[in-house]
Design a protein around this ligand. Sequence first.
Ligand code: MG
Length: 240
Amino acid sequence: MTPLRVGFDMDGVLADFASAYRQIETRLFGPQSQTRAGDPEDETPERSPSNNDPPAAATLDSSRAPSPHDLRRRRDLIWQVIHSTPDFWTTLAPVDAEAVRRIRALSLRHRWDVVFITQRPATDGESVQRQTQRWLVEQGFDLPSVLVITGSRGAAAAALRLDYHIDDSPKNCVDVKSESPAKPILIAEPGDETTAASAKKLGIGIARTVGDCLDLLERASVSRAQPTLLTRVARLVGLG
Ligand SMILES: [Mg+2]
């Protein structure tokens, strides 16, 4: 029996980037400022804010609703803080304190090959790869393979011959589904029924938490040698 090859996205699946982003936003613009929390996959600014830009206070007036320009500027300033924080990617809290340790235990028990895949941009300090590896080691995964990519998740999933890829971005899941034989599993928060329904329609698996997702993967791993059971598990995940 061939062991599973599983890819895990980092931010929004294992690392709580959204909270760190919101904390910086609150520090810069006050507690009322909360906009949609970002994800490095879709929030990386196309340009770095230049030193010639006016200071934040000049463009961000908290007494009125922020304009699209304000929001863009706000996002750029938050990213400026992220880029200049030494080893920023080592400072994030886990989404689920047990998840990384559990992935390690499952990979040992079922001989999974695990790859952590990320599109995180560089910050001051060590390379994104080393920061991410340090974080995973601290969370309990002793020998993490980290792949930092800028291009398509699907191409990476195909090249790595993944069986499953776990991601919180519907876009990445669609990409994996269309570009590779890997089965994407979307982590869709409870309550986000629109996303869950459209993902299901596209043949993307759904899990509500990373813990649920690991349960599904373990069942898939155990039942791999038993086609009937595997079909049942596939149906449960919405991949049947
Ligand atoms: Mg993500």
